[in-house]
Design a protein around this ligand. Structure first.
Ligand SMILES: [Ca+2]
Length: 334
């Protein structure tokens, strides 16, 4: 009997440790969001995480429809989707969202107006989860994260944004900024920051000190080029594949698109597997021009220890890239 109780306890704790992920994306311009969303599905399929929902941080009338089409393709037609309705969120054209209109990718959510509002969905999802269990993966501008921080008590929770995050969120795994020499400069102004500087400043200033933030800088994805050979050869198990078609519409067949957003998924689901190295704990600040500055805590430990940025050795680079490729090409479970 005792052993049964112990097994139940062990089972419960193992289950509690499985990351519950929310994917916050600016799926419009770049295609790495599409590959990263696929990883959320395939990692959930193999039981590595529980996938709670998707929130969209940029403005394009086809975002929710495309995400629903991709979710349906991967066997999750009813996965909750929230879209930003913040007028300050960047509007962005897309080369691939039009796949939402294709008869090859059936789905039922056709208009952003019929999707939830992103922060309302974030608050609803967070309020329902066990304390300290949610890993948020944010791979676009920070409109939804900033607006979550500004949110007040509502029907979902009596807690304001920071208190709700403190209670429910285990980590924020964010693709933003630059923390090393990259793109031929040591002062790279990264797109997810400069396309919404105020939002990222709010996150850097107001995100609760107790909730770890892993920053995947531009240099990480830049060093993880998704192989064009995989696009050409690995998706033939379906006559029409939404990931392959989106990739080709965006990048064409002769480009190895960097895996910026995918790196943040890998870190969120497998934070202890050593796919990446980590900086010391410190504090990231966002300047008026959008530059992300990392400051280690002083000897008196002032300045905070909330933030770590990802690093990568050549061995880690090879492991992380292959893990990303294999989880991206994995067929849908159903
Ligand atoms: Ca993105």
């Amino acid at each position: 009997m005792k052993s049964i109780v112990l097994l139940l306890l062990l089972g419960a704790s193992a289950f509690a440790e499985k990351p519950r992920i929310i994917f916050d994306t600016d799926i419009t311009g770049d295609v790495d969001d599409v590959l990263a969303l696929t990883m959320c599905h395939t990692l959930a399929d193999r039981g590595a995480c529980e996938f709670l929902g998707v929130t969209i941080s940029k403005d394009n009338p086809l975002t929710a429809s495309f995400v629903d089409a991709q979710n349906t393709f991967y066997g999750r037609p009813d996965l909750p989707i929230g879209v930003t309705r913040d007028a300050a969120a960047q509007k962005r054209p897309s080369s691939y969202l039009k796949l939402a209109h294709s008869p090859d990718y059936p789905h039922d959510l056709k208009k952003n107006e019929d999707a939830c509002e992103a922060v309302d969905l974030l608050r609803e999802l967070l309020a329902k989860q066990p304390d300290g269990s949610v890993s948020i993966i944010s791979v676009g501008i920070a409109s939804n994260m900033a607006n979550l921080l500004k949110s007040k008590a509502d029907a979902h929770s009596p807690l304001d944004g920071p208190a709700l995050i403190r209670k429910k969120v285990k980590m924020l795994s964010i693709m933003a900024g630059a923390f090393a020499f990259c793109n031929r400069t040591n002062y790279h102004l990264e797109a997810n920051v400069i396309n919404g500087i105020g939002f990222m400043q709010t996150v850097a200033k107001e995100w609760p000190e107790e909730v770890t933030v892993y920053w995947s800088g531009y240099e990480i994805g830049e060093a993880l080029p998704f192989p064009r050979a995989s696009i050409a050869q690995d998706f033939g198990y379906m006559p029409h594949h939404i990931v392959k078609e989106a990739y080709l519409l965006h990048s064409g067949p002769a480009h190895d698109r960097p895996c910026w957003d995918e790196s943040s998924v890998l870190q969120a689901v497998f934070p202890e597997r050593g796919f990446f190295g980590l900086s010391d704990a410190g504090r990231v600040s966002v300047g008026a021009d959008g530059f992300t500055k990392f400051t280690p805590p002083g000897k008196d430990a002032k300045g905070g220890k909330r933030d770590r940025f990802l690093t990568m050795t050549s061995v880690q680079q090879a492991r992380a890239l292959e893990a990303i490729v294999q989880t991206t090409v994995q067929p849908p479970k159903k």
